[in-house]
Design a protein around this ligand. Structure first.
Ligand code: SMG
Ligand code: MG
Length: 369
């Protein structure tokens, strides 16, 4: 296929309620979309980068800039030799910027698969037609407020609860949720690097709650620290931010730092690398689950396809559209008996709704050869 133009769209999508993590609180999902226009058709992707470089070093305007200045020119230059599979090797010279690279690779994969009438799910090797849904619950101002949200999500049918934690918001909220909803609730926590090697005893206190996992407790660069922690506590240690490639996943597993892995396609440079991480983990007996970056429908659709691969044995942060959005940018994804259907149509299997996209659009720019 040949890339003819790329439209970069900046959207501000309102959230139903603030989402607070150990590093930020957001009311708006501020994001960049990549709309690839090729000679075989069009494709869409949502870039995972936040407004600020707070989850990782990437940020939405930075992703748009690196795409425009460096990544897209190399892909235009391939002319008819471009395939989704050639994106990563072509852009390998550019260090980092995995979220920007993931966005263009995904948009091109969408175009390529739509043209060959193939779904993301069948291209990636999905074996399920629906996936169990978990929900990520932000840090709250008070315990009663937390309980109100958790109760609501359980009433919706979510099969697993993930509580965001940070020093000062860990033992008490986890204890209350565990005691209120009982031992059978699938419960896990995510610290987004908020702890240090000096906090191992604090984290060990969480062992009494029989959590599924503790996600990325300490600095993402401290893989060895996670291995030491994994030795020290009973709760399985799961890595998110640290795992940026299949090679790093292999090493983290060998080191004993990753007993479970959260795969986010945006963080690792796309769906093709995600499948490699899935395979490396599967071969090592390490379960994986699909994370999220609050994606609207076009991002959520592709994540659901990935989450349908066989070694995704834990419920993901692949919640329904209504978890975050009053109005999604595509037909909404809905929860049925705690599960969400994997799209079966060509490519990502959903289309952006133009009037809604227009409503949320802040700016658009067309980049050509
Ligand atoms: O898409 O439901 C979602 C978000 C889930 O908690 C979530 N993501 O570290 O796993 C994570 C966070 C990162 C959010 S960045 C705003
Ligand atoms: Mg996380």
């Amino acid at each position: 296929m040949k890339l003819e133009a790329v439209e970069l769209i900046r959207l501000d999508v309102p959230l139903k309620s603030a989402f607070r993590t150990s590093f930020s609180s957001v009311n708006l999902h501020q994001v960049v979309w990549v709309h690839a226009i090729t000679d075989v058709g069009e494709g869409w992707a949502e870039c995972g980068a936040n407004e600020r470089p707070d989850y990782s070093s990437e940020f939405h305007n930075g992703a748009a800039t690196v795409l425009k200045s460096f990544l897209l020119p190399d892909l235009f230059a391939l002319r008819h030799d471009l395939t989704a599979e050639s994106v990563a090797p072509t852009l390998e010279w550019a260090k980092g910027h995995r979220m920007a690279k993931a966005a263009i690779e995904t948009a091109l994969l969408d175009a390529q698969l739509r043209a060959s009438n193939t779904s993301f799910a069948s291209y990636l090797g999905a074996t399920k037609d629906k996936v169990p849904a978990g929900v990520s619950v932000g840090i709250m101002d008070s315990l009663p407020e937390l309980m109100k949200f958790v109760e609501g999500y359980l009433a919706d049918g979510y099969l697993r609860i993930k509580l965001k934690i940070e020093p000062g918001w860990d033992y008490e909220p986890v204890k209350l949720v565990r005691e209120t909803f009982g031992p059978d609730l699938l419960l896990q926590v995510d610290a987004n690097t908020a702890y240090t090697r000096n906090d191992f005893d604090l984290l060990k206190r969480l062992d009494e709650f029989n959590l599924l996992l503790v996600e990325q407790p300490i600095n993402e660069e401290d893989v060895l620290g996670h291995a030491k922690l994994a030795d020290y506590i009973d709760t399985p240690v799961c890595l998110d931010e640290s795992i940026i490639s299949a090679d790093i996943a292999r090493d983290a597993i060998e080191l004993g730092a990753a007993e479970i892995i959260n795969i986010k396609p945006s963080r690792v440079g796309g769906y093709i690398e995600s499948v490699k991480i899935h395979n490396v983990s599967q071969a090592a007996g390490i379960p994986v689950w699909c994370g999220g970056m609050l994606e609207t429908g076009i991002g959520r659709a592709a994540n659901l396809a990935l989450a349908a691969l066989p070694n995704f044995t834990l419920p993901g942060d692949t919640s329904a559209s209504a978890r975050y959005f009053e109005t999604d940018t595509t037909e909404p994804f809905v929860l049925v008996d705690g599960h969400i259907s994997v799209p079966t149509g060509p490519g990502i299997g959903v289309d952006p709704i133009p009037e809604i996209v227009d409503r949320f659009t802040v700016s658009r720019e067309i980049v050509r050869h």
